[in-house]
Design a protein around this ligand. Sequence first.
Ligand SMILES: [Zn+2]
Length: 465
Amino acid sequence: MATLIRNGTLLTATDRYEADVSIEDGVIRNIGRDLPVAPEDEVIDATGRWVLPGAVDVHTHLDMPFMGTVSADDFFTGTRAAAAGGTTTVVDFAIAPRHGDYEQTLDAWHARAEGKAVIDYGFHMGVTWFGTPEAETGLRRCVARGVTSFKCFMAYKGTLSIDDGEMFGLLALSRDLGATVSVHAENGSIVEALVARHRAAGHTDPVWHARSRPSTLEGEATSRAIVIARQAGAPLYIVHLTCAEALEAVRRARAAGQEVHAETCPQYLMFTDEVYERPDFEGAKWVMSPPIRPAGHPEALWAGLADGTLEVVATDHCPFQFATQKVMGKHDFSLIPNGAPGVGDRMAVLYHYGVKTGRIDVHRWIDTCSTRPARLFGLHPQKGTLAVGSDGDVVVFDPKATFTFGTAWSEHAVDYSLYEGMPGSGAFDVVLSRGQVVWERGTFRGRAGAGRFLHRFPGRTPFPE
Ligand SMILES: [Zn+2]
């Protein structure tokens, strides 16, 4: 039995054409006009609608212990929300405690995801210590176990961050292993000093979170990371780039021929730092690191997205309940759990505010949200495109539908939305993961545990067995 999606308009990062798509045993077997239908086939009529590759979010934090609490979406609710918003692959961060065993950390994240994920998932390993034989052995074992990307932090001093020498060593090892290093680029030492100064002066409100992390500190750390990667002869991937200074650093490095990749997130495109001035502690909803930037930066990011400097849009989905978790920092901005929901919003936000406004075209939308992240993290062409042999991760999308963003629309297990009340358009009518319908017109039809771990191979090998 096959699943046949008929009469839709197929869209990829490069192409647009009318065709049917046939999926068998979880894999796209055929794409073409007027494909034959067997009586037992499941037929999905996509007349008047678009057929897109399931999107790929390479930056999520599901069920993550952080700042004395745990992110609100687990691998069931988080991946269900992703599917509802057109995303069929997530790559989540397993983050080792400082001096924690990397393989045990990986085991722990497998335990979090198994039996829960409704779509396929991979892991990055968060590297919080380096420089000993144990650390290196642990990271080599992670690569052998299908985790071919590492993340390091220049911020969160004293808990997650590593120093420049450790980062240099990590980059050199990754180059030898064919793995990718991504970096959270903020100058953690100065952030810490500013936080201490603002607290000592009696400042408690959420706005002081942003004032402790100015964009200059992200620009500096981004430039420094680029220099360290150049010295190590390794490629570099910058997560959640938010500001013009960091964007310029990436542009300069690229122009000089260095391999530097950069990601941004919808919230940095959509908001300015006036959100932190909202009354009744509401600014805490946007407390994340790096913070939302002043006017001017979002425009720079949109331009960077259009001209290709920013290659990926991911979410940094890391939700905390406003009523019970964000309030931990009601009297001290430095105790507000950092993070916000977004895994289910990303595709719709970029469609309505990017494609429909003409800031990016439909192919750039698919490239930044699906194809490019799959390529950069060793998942393409299994994921991130529509091609014969690719997984049957497919979205039937109605480009004409309209709706209003908010908790009533998104499926996140959290009590607020960054986009509450904002207009949106498009509908993810049918979402398939490896040929199985997981979401259909507002109804979840998937199964907890149906998602599989994506074992990736170093050197971005396509089509892993
Ligand atoms: Zn993150």
